[in-house]
Write a protein that binds this ligand. Structure first.
Ligand SMILES: Cc1cc2nc3c(=O)[nH]c(=O)nc-3n(C[C@H](O)[C@H](O)[C@H](O)COP(=O)(O)OP(=O)(O)OC[C@H]3O[C@@H](n4cnc5c(N)ncnc54)[C@H](O)[C@@H]3O)c2cc1C
Length: 441
C-alpha cells in the first residue's frame, strides 16, 4: 500500500519507519529542509513514563488563576479573542476532575511504556547516537506542600507499575551530587531508575536517515496546503494531498492512505473536512548551555518542580526546558522567560556551564486538554491521525509510530489505549475527539 505521512517530527518519522517495516511504500512530506526542525528540535529530552500526570489535574485551575498575567509563570494563559482557545480552556477545566485525571494518567502511562520499550528496541536495532542517558529521572521539590501533594501521584504510578520511589533530601543528593549548591532548599524528591533522556533531534534525524536507506522517500521543502476528498458517508476518503513544492509549484500527490503527523498545525488541515481536533499550541522554551565543568553538571535527568523545568545532560551540553504559554502560534522568544531559565540554572549549578552564550529556542507543543494524543482512523476511511502528543511527544513518539503502522495495516496495536475510531478495551472514551466516532475494528 502507498502511504503518505504528513510531517517529519519524531511522530511522523517514527510512523514512516514502522509503516515501511510493515511493508508499505512510504513518502513523507515536510515543509522544512530536514526532519525534526520544529517542536522535535530542542525539547527537554526526557523519556518520562513515570511523570505522566497531565497539566489538567485537580490543582491546576487555582494555579492557572494565580499565574495569570505573571510573565515568568510556568503555565500562562494569554486570553485571546479566539474561539478555539476558549473552547480548549473550558475542556482543559473539564479534564481537571480527579476521575478524569486518573483516567488520563492510566492512558498516558500505557502508551508511554509501550513507547519506551519501542525506543529501546529501535536503539538496539539501529544504533542511533543521540546522547542517550539511562540513569533515570529525579524529580526534586523545594516546597513542602507540593512534595506532600506529589505523594498520591507517585503511589498511583507505582500502582500502574512504574517504579517511582519517593526519596529523602539525602537520597536526592546521593543520586545527583551536582545539586549540592541548593541542598538547603530541597525538601525531597522522587526517582524512577527506568526513565531515560536523550536528544530528540539527533534521534529523529538519525531515524530519518535509516528510513531513507530502507526506501522511505522524503519530500522536504514541501508545504501541505489541502486535503482533497471524494465520496460521502462510509465511502468518504482522501483522494489527494495538495502541496506546494520547493519551486513554488502546486502538485497533488496520491496515496492509498494518509497519516497526519503535523503537530500543532494538524488542526487547520482537517478542519475543512469536518474533523474538529481539540488541539492548541503550547509554546515552551529551552536553553542549551555548553558544559564547562562536567563534575558540577548533572548526569541524571532532573525535574525542578518549583520552577517546572526539566534538565537533561546531552553529551557536552546541558538542556533546560519548560514553561508554557497558551497564546497562539507565535514562536517569538520572550526575554523575561529566557532569562528566568538561565537565572535558575545558574543558581542550581553555578560554574557548571557557559551561561554567557545560551542557545534559546521556543517550540509549540501540540496540546490536547487531556494530554492524550489522537492516534487512529478518522471517518475518512484512508485518513489516519497521529498528533496531539503535547508535553510528552518524545516519550510517546516511537510507540505512536509503531501503533499507527499497526492500525494502517488493519491490526490492533498491543497496548490498552483509546485509539481514535477504535473501541477501547477499558471504560470511558477519548473526550477530546469530536465527530470522529466510527468504530472500524
Ligand atoms: C520546551 C519543550 C520541552 C519539551 N520537553 C519534552 C520532554 O522532555 N519529553 C517529551 O516527551 N516531550 C517533550 N516536549 C514535547 C515534544 O517535543 C513534542 O510533543 C513533540 O516534539 C511533538 O512531535 P510531533 O512530531 O508531533 O510534532 P513536530 O515535531 O512539530 O513535527 C510536525 C512536523 O510537521 C511539519 N508541518 C507542519 N505543518 C506542515 C505543513 N503544512 N506542510 C508540511 N509540513 C508541515 C512541521 O514542519 C514539523 O516538522 C517538549 C516540548 C517543548 C516545546
Amino acid at each position: 500500500m502507498k502511504v503518505i505521512v504528513l510531517g517529519a517530527g519524531i511522530v511522523g518519522t517514527a510512523s514512516a519507519w514502522f509503516l515501511q517495516k510493515a511493508g508499505h511504500d512510504v513518502t513523507v512530506i515536510e515543509r522544512q529542509p530536514g526532519a525534526a526542525q520544529e517542536t522535535s528540535f530542542a525539547n527537554g529530552g526526557q523519556i518520562s513514563v513515570s511523570h505522566a500526570e497531565p497539566w489538567a489535574n485537580p490543582s491546576a485551575p487555582l494555579k492557572v488563576l494565580k499565574w495569570l498575567r505573571r510573565e515568568d509563570a510556568p503555565l500562562l494563559f494569554r486570553l485571546r479573542p479566539e474561539w478555539l482557545q476558549w473552547r480548549w480552556g473550558l475542556e482543559f477545566l473539564r479534564q481537571c476532575t480527579p476521575s478524569r485525571t486518573a483516567h488520563n494518567i492510566r492512558q498516558i502511562v500505557a502508551i508511554a511504556e509501550y513507547s519506551r520499550q519501542t525506543l529501546q528496541a529501535l536503539r538496539a536495532e539501529t544504533d542511533i547516537a543521540y546522547d542517550c542517558e539511562t540513569r533515570g529521572i529525579l524529580h526534586f521539590y523545594t516546597d513542602e506542600r507540593e512534595f506532600e501533594q506529589s505523594l498520591p501521584a507517585a503511589q498511583l504510578m507505582r500502582d500502574l507499575g512504574c517504579p517511582r520511589e519517593t526519596v529523602s533530601t539525602e537520597d536526592v543528593l546521593r543520586i545527583e551530587p551536582s545539586l549540592a549548591p541548593v541542598r538547603h532548599k530541597i525538601v525531597g524528591g522522587d526517582f524512577t531508575a527506568t526513565d531515560e533522556s536523550g536528544d530528540v533531534h539527533k534521534f529523529t534525524t538519525g531515524l530519518a536517515d535509516h528510513c531513507a536507506k530502507a526506501g522511505v522517500q522524503f519530500r522536504f521543502n514541501h508545504l501541505v496546503t489541502r486535503l482533497l476528498t471524494e465520496g460521502t458517508g462510509a465511502a468518504a476518503r482522501v483522494s489527494g494531498v495538495e502541496v506546494i513544492d520547493e519551486h513554488g509549484r502546486h502538485q497533488v500527490l496520491q496515496a492509498d492512505s494518509v497519516v497526519l503527523a503535523m503537530g500543532s498545525f494538524s488542526t487547520r488541515l482537517v478542519k475543512p473536512l469536518g474533523i474538529d481536533l481539540m488541539l492548541y499550541p503550547g509554546k515552551g522554551y529551552s536553553a542549551t548551555y555548553r558544559v564547562l565543568d562536567p563534575a558540577l553538571t548533572p548526569r541524571v535527568s532532573l525535574t525542578d518542580d518549583g520552577h517546572k523545568l526539566v534538565i537533561s545532560r546531552l553529551g557536552d551540553r546541558l538542556r533546560v526546558a519548560g514553561t508554557c504559554e497558551i497564546n497562539g502560534y507565535s514562536r517569538e522568544l520572550n526575554p523575561v522567560r529566557c532569562e528566568a531559565i538561565t537565572r535558575r540554572t545558574q543558581e542550581l549549578f553555578p560554574g557548571a556551564c557557559d551561561y554567557e552564550q545560551p542557545q534559546y529556542w521556543a517550540g509549540l507543543r501540540p496540546l490536547t486538554p487531556s494530554n492524550l494524543p489522537y492516534i487512529g482512523q478518522t471517518h475518512y476511511t484512508n485518513l489516519y491521525l497521529n498528533t496531539g502528543h503535547g508535553t510528552l511527544g518524545w516519550t510517546m513518539g516511537c510507540g505512536s509510530g509503531r501503533a499507527i503502522a499497526e492500525i494502517v495495516s488493519g491490526r490492533r496495536p498491543d497496548v490498552d489505549f483509546e485509539f481514535v475510531g477504535m473501541r477501547s478495551r477499558t471504560r470511558g472514551s477519548n473526550m477530546d475527539v469530536m465527530p470522529v466516532s466510527a468504530t472500524r475494528f
